[in-house]
Design a protein around this ligand. Structure first.
Ligand SMILES: *Cc1c(COP(=O)(O)O)cnc(C)c1O
Length: 397
């Protein structure tokens, strides 16, 4: 059985704060502090350059990749870490397009995170082969998977509303039409059960600083299904994805399987923090975890809907069609969220009018949900969002 109270104690959370923004940046796992000190002092400090071998720094991207792989149902040896998610989107999509050279359509949806769409646009320009990015509403994706589509580029959980795509069903439809499926798991990994192998996903990518708590700027991950792993030609042919980086061959030869998706020097310190954050998952039963996430989300929705008629649910009401977050529309959402933050409840705002609350049983409990609901209610009833100080828009919302 998963002991949620013990899980919460593994995190450093500022006194008196309710944190419902782990879908943007997960909090600090307490053990990461001492791990960072050890890695910096005993590895970087004492081993210097020999740390690449002696401390296993060079193996981290694949070793941690496998740890994440277990959370997303990947076959061992098919996930690697590095770079940022934007870069991994580019790599996965480029690899998929190269496997379908006779097709020119990339299918995505309007709920996708902008950087995924921007990277696709940039890739289309760089390739200059007449590809088209077709962006349809999320509920029209399935009907638009035709035999023109080279690859679907979909984020399983919508960052704004939490709407969950049916990964198995859409992947099957893609394959029936000869298309490849690229899945972005930014809001899935560490949030909901994922089974890439069972869904037969072709490519997957995701970040580790959200629900996986790897820390700001922690490296991203990429998965390639076994049947494609030795066939894809990397678009970003960096030396650490080479078959023999230390042969210093002037010509690129891809490394074995997923190793070829590595690009350059891995962020060793960030990986150390992430490694510690991944320890937390060793004893978690994902089914119990998901059930608790749903129970907390339902409690929050019930409370808000009972007391805040001006907020309308932006997330699907059916928990099976929702990730691990709850969002509400409110015209003055930005200012209202600033007021909540001033009252010690941190969520965030996504344009144009969405107040977003990440709910994870890792460190959010019933009391936190009760307090968050009371705070939102106070902000709404007292119209605290009218305070001009809450209307100055920060660089990061
Ligand atoms: C958070 C998020 C990103 C962020 O990309 P970075 O390169 O890590 O900044 C990309 N895509 C999706 C779907 C996200 O949710």
């Amino acid at each position: 059985m998963t002991d949620f109270k013990a899980l919460k104690d593994l995190f450093h959370l500022p006194e008196g704060l309710v944190y419902l923004d782990g879908n943007s940046l997960g909090p600090l796992p307490r053990a990461a502090l001492s791990r960072m000190q050890t890695t910096m002092r005993d590895e970087w400090g004492e081993m210097l350059i020999t740390g690449w071998n002696r401390a296993g720094w060079m193996d981290q991207p694949a070793r941690l990749g496998d740890r994440i792989g277990r959370l997303i149902g990947a076959e061992p040896g098919h996930v690697v870490l590095g770079d940022t998610l934007s870069i991994k989107v580019y790599q996965a999509l480029a690899a998929a397009l190269a496997l379908r050279p006779d097709r020119k359509v990339i299918l995505s949806d309007t709920g996708n995170f902008p950087t995924d769409l921007y990277m696709a646009e940039g890739l289309i320009k760089a390739l200059d082969q007449g590809h088209e990015l077709r962006v349809v509403p999320p509920n029209e994706v399935e009907a638009n998977i035709t035999n023109e589509v080279a690859a679907t580029l979909l984020t399983e959980v919508d960052y704004r509303t939490g709407r969950l795509h049916n990964m198995a069903q859409l992947t099957e439809k893609a394959h029936e039409n000869g298309s490849l499926a690229v899945w972005d798991l930014a809001h899935s990994a560490g949030a909901i059960p994922v089974d890439l192998a069972a869904c037969k996903a072709d490519f997957a990518i995701g970040c580790t600083y959200k629900f996986l708590n790897g820390g700001p700027g922690a490296p991203a991950f990429i998965y390639i299904a076994p049947e494609h792993a030795d066939r894809v030609q990397p678009a970003l042919s960096g030396w650490l994805g080479h078959a023999a980086p230390f042969a210093f061959d002037p010509h690129y030869q891809p490394g074995p399987g997923i190793e070829r998706m590595r690009v350059g020097t891995p962020p060793v310190l960030a990986m150390a923090a992430l490694d510690t954050a991944l320890d937390i998952w060793e004893n978690i039963d994902m089914a119990a975890f998901r059930a608790q996430s749903i129970a907390l989300s339902q409690l929050f929705i019930d409370r808000i809907e009972a007391t805040c008629p001006d907020l309308t649910l932006a997330s699907p009401r059916d928990p099976l069609r929702r990730g691990s977050q709850v969002s509400f529309h409110f015209q003055h959402g930005y200012a209202a969220m600033q007021a909540c933050i001033a009252e010690g409840v941190i969520g965030d705002f996504r344009a144009p009018d969405i107040m977003r609350f990440g709910i994870t049983p890792l460190y959010v409990d019933r009391q936190d949900i009760e307090r968050a609901a009371e705070t939102v209610t106070k902000v709404m009833h007292r119209k605290l969002w009218e305070n001009p100080e809450f209307h100055t828009v920060n660089r990061v919302t």
